[in-house]
Design a protein around this ligand. Structure first.
Ligand code: ADP
Ligand code: MG
Length: 206
């Protein structure tokens, strides 16, 4: 058995229909076990370490801001190496525009690196990431139980279309306004946290 770290990123944690869908998948524990899924807001230092290999990429400052802006759901998976590989396959490719049709990221990601869920990509990275995060947050407590369905509407594909316009500088203001309206329908965040969610999502497409 191997360990892997799983994180519902801010979009996966706070867009309620997406959180429910991720929970239906992850919580099924089909060929893996889930341990210690818990709410935690990671400090900048932890995210900079976690994504150290991306430090020189132009999107790194955005990525750190995205991952530290709001509480996320983090936990540990144990699975066989082959099962972990199948989980990564079901998750889909990193960038939403390239994510395999039918994968979780293709189905629920808004665009670019706003891709709902982190999952360690190998037994090696799993061991490193679980070791790192365990120094900040206990990953062995009882897992939170999440809702398996949401009465909020899922606006993924409209949001993706608008993000494309926003990124291309086409109807920029209107696209941002409409994205805010749709995100508001999907989440129950309080006003300040909602503004933060909108800011970090739009920030990916600037
Ligand atoms: P994955 O999450 O699929 O394992 P990586 O470990 O390569 O992907 O990258 C970590 C995270 O950094 C991605 O999930 C995504 O949020 C962001 N990211 C990676 N590459 C890009 C990119 N080219 N553009 C925007 N964001 C990216
Ligand atoms: Mg990775």
């Amino acid at each position: 058995m191997t360990d892997a770290l799983v994180i519902f990123k801010p979009d996966g944690a706070h867009r309620l229909p997406v959180r429910a869908a991720l929970w239906r998948w992850l919580g099924s524990q089909r060929e893996w076990k889930l341990h210690g899924l818990t709410w935690y807001r990671p400090p900048v230092e932890l995210i900079e370490r976690h994504y150290d290999f991306l430090r020189d990429r132009p999107f790194f400052p955005w990525l750190v801001e995205f991952m530290t802006a709001l509480p996320v759901l983090v936990g540990r998976i144990s699975a066989s190496p082959a099962a972990l590989e199948r989980m990564r396959h079901e998750l889909g490719e990193t960038r939403i525009g390239e994510a395999r049709p039918g994968s979780l990221r293709e189905r629920y990601g808004i665009g670019g690196g706003v891709n709902i869920l982190h999952l360690s990509d190998s037994p090696e990275s799993g061991a490193t990431e679980v070791g790192l995060w365990s120094r900040y947050v206990p990953l062995d407590a009882a897992s939170v139980q999440l809702e398996a369905s949401s009465d909020r509407p899922d606006r993924t594909y409209q949001l993706r279309s608008l993000a494309g316009q926003y990124a291309a500088g086409v109807h920029t203001e209107l696209a941002a306004q409409e994205m805010r309206r749709l995100l508001r329908e999907e989440t129950d965040l309080g006003e300040d946290d909602f503004e933060t969610l909108v800011r970090v999502i739009l920030g990916a497409f600037r």
